[in-house]
Design a protein around this ligand. Sequence first.
Ligand code: GMT
Length: 378
Amino acid sequence: MKIGIVCYPTFGGSGVVATELGKGLAKIGHEVHFITYRQPTRLDFFSENLYYHEVDIKSYPLFDFPPYELALASKMVSVVKYEKLDLLHVHYAIPHASAAYMAKQILKDQGIHIPVVTTLHGTDITLVGKDPSYEPVVTFSINQSDGVTAVSEDLKRETYEYFDIKREIEVIYNFIDLDRFKRQKKDHFKLAICPNGEKLMVHTSNFRKVKRVEDVIRVFFEVRKEIPAKLLLVGDGPERDKMERLCRELGTCDDIRFLGKLEYVEEVLSVADLFVMPSEKESFGLAALEAMACEVPILTSDAGGIPELNVSGVTGFVCKVGDIADMKEKALYILDDANLPTFKANALARAKEFDITEILPLYVDYYQKTIENSLAKI
Ligand code: GMT
């Protein structure tokens, strides 16, 4: 198949899923064309089946806001037409699904049929999408897609709850490349951070409010009162300054390190004992899956689709959003030397269920089904 993939080319989960999916499809012989405004973060190598088309965003003094959606739709039209694509797969509804709808109509006018699959990733539904300033467009473009997938049952449920959706949504979970995400021997690194054998907690995110990084620090502060421990915070975003101030207020600066954005997060995960994800909303929790693949148990909130990944009491624990006291108790239980090896093994075993080799064929089948159904409707 010749597939066009549209995504945000940044560190965000939806961009990572889209890029890894494209790379996986190219590996098994499909021709994949990425259409974005910048080279995706994890697409920095050559492959004969991978192509990259940059969206030109022309500005003009009249525009306070350059019309990205129009430039994207125009680029989709030309790539579909000249590369003779079989399907467009857009990741994150805003504005990709509506731009795809516009491209589809323009191509229809030229006698070209292009089926569109939209994958809903989370905040495009749970935060931004349901805002009245976007809701009508999101509802319309989901209903107009030829196929729609969501990354968890919970996200599917929320989509039906918030929007007037008249079509079937297929759940296809996030996946992981276990060849890349595996525990590596990094003893020197562990020794540098935890010179006295302290337990190491890790959190990675884009430091947005919805991630509740404050809870990570507060849980760590409580754990640190009971056992020697260190905390690594990976990523960057709007909450970072506030979090640094909180560390100073609590007097925990010596035990907490902010590492900023890291390309190879698996190196840090390889030395971790516990991953913490206390999010307010989280459709799946790809960052937690990455940790599990590196044999790290996870302590999470019960938000969104996280309980579909984290089996409480087995791969870690699921606690109520904001319940710091419970999270502290559960963290201490997991970090106990009598329990930690079992949790680590269970985390890896669970991660294997989301191996890319298990999930990729689900997308390929879904593409085929969508192409057939859309042709039948012409
Ligand atoms: O977590 C983020 O804020 C980034 C966001 C994105 O769209 O880039 O991630 C969402 O998509 C990921 C991949 O499908 C999911 O694993 C994340 O759970 C989801 N984030 C939220 O729902 C907050």
